[in-house]
Design a protein around this ligand. Structure first.
Ligand code: CUA
Length: 325
């Protein structure tokens, strides 16, 4: 790359990281604010060290060669090169350690189990009556309380991270890692798998919607309900095709004979903000694109292509899924 294009690429990457929905520096909650402050304090420390050390170094090399001048320069190098960084780095370490208890605070909100799978997120809410509400690729959280996340993985290591809400945590198969997040500002934030987990790692995103507590409760209640019946003749044809094509072997649509557990639960897929873990939108066209050939959008995806169906049949299935609100 030439100089200017390298500069353009670098500015693009820097600016891309500043997009509010997925930025550790635009906090939507307590944890992200603490971590954002940590970043700025560390940056300030690094700036002080860089200028301090280089200033001393420059000054020392400018001393005259006279013996007494050299002695002073030696002392400055010893003090500046050892004492100054030791004090600065120790102060930063103490500050870094002091914030850790705040990030470990216990949860007083919902308990959410999130399982990483290649390449999507299984999301299960444990309700007070002991029942479970299953959804996928979207996490909704009430503002003002700390939600607890129980994180694990089906097959390889993934990492759960919503930069605007807090730190990240790895997800291992056969082990449950616990973390809490305290979102404060309602909004839709973007999460992304932060550990390379295979060819479609980059397409393993999700959305975290922080809601007012009442709206959250209403959403959870609606999410627990069985699927709506198809509203149009086309959607009804899609529902029949969905079953006859065997989609229900992998996917669940609660309230119908589809009870598969291999792929995402689709009971309310039409009300989600994105499809295929952030890869596509949720218009009927997006559903059709996905059903016809998932591998085109997410290489390596386990779901097979349904390109043996006619366009009309795919559109019917898409209409059915899009209507599952
Ligand atoms: Cu899952 Cu990267």
């Amino acid at each position: 790359l030439s100089g200017p294009s390298r500069l353009a690429l670098l500015s693009f990457l820097l600016l891309a990281a500043c997009e509010g929905r997925q930025s550790a520096l635009v906090p939507g909650g307590e944890d992200a604010r603490i971590l954002g402050d940590l970043f700025w304090v560390m940056l300030a420390g690094a700036v002080v060290l860089w200028f301090g050390m280089n200033g001393l170094f420059y000054w020392a090399t400018r001393r005259s060669p006279a013996a007494h001048s050299q002695r002073i320069a030696n002392w400055l190098v010893i003090l500046g090169g050892i004492a100054f960084p030791t004090v600065t780095l120790s102060a930063l370490l103490v500050y870094g350690l002091s914030i850790m208890p705040d990030l470990r605070a216990t949860g007083d909100g919902p308990v959410i189990r999130v399982t990483g799978e290649q390449w999507w997120w299984r999301v299960e809410y444990e309700r007070e009556d002991g029942s479970t509400v299953t959804t996928a690729n979207e996490i909704r959280l009430p503002a003002g309380v700390r939600s607890t996340f129980l994180l694990d993985s089906k097959e390889v290591i993934h990492s759960f991270w919503v930069p605007s809400l807090g730190g990240k945590m790895d997800m291992f198969p056969g082990r449950v890692n616990e973390m809490t997040l305290g979102p404060e500002r309602p909004g839709i934030y973007r999460g992304q798998c932060a550990e390379f987990c295979g060819e479609s790692h980059a397409w393993m995103a999700f959305e975290a919607e922080v809601m007012e507590p009442d709206a959250f409760e209403a959403w959870l209640e609606a999410e627990a309900a069985p699927a709506v019946t198809p509203a149009s003749a086309e959607a009804a044809r899609g529902a029949a095709l969905f079953l006859s094509q065997g989609c229900g072997a992998c996917h669940a649509v609660r309230g119908t004979p589809a009870v598969g557990r291999v792929g995402p639960d689709l009971t309310h897929v039409g009300s989600r903000h994105s499809l295929a873990a952030g890869r596509l939108g949720t218009s009927t066209e997006d559903f059709a694109k996905w059903v016809a050939n998932p591998g085109a959008w997410k290489p390596g995806a386990e779901m097979p292509a349904y390109d043996h169906l006619t366009g009309e049949q795919i559109d019917a299935i898409a209409a059915y899924l899009e209507g599952l609100e």
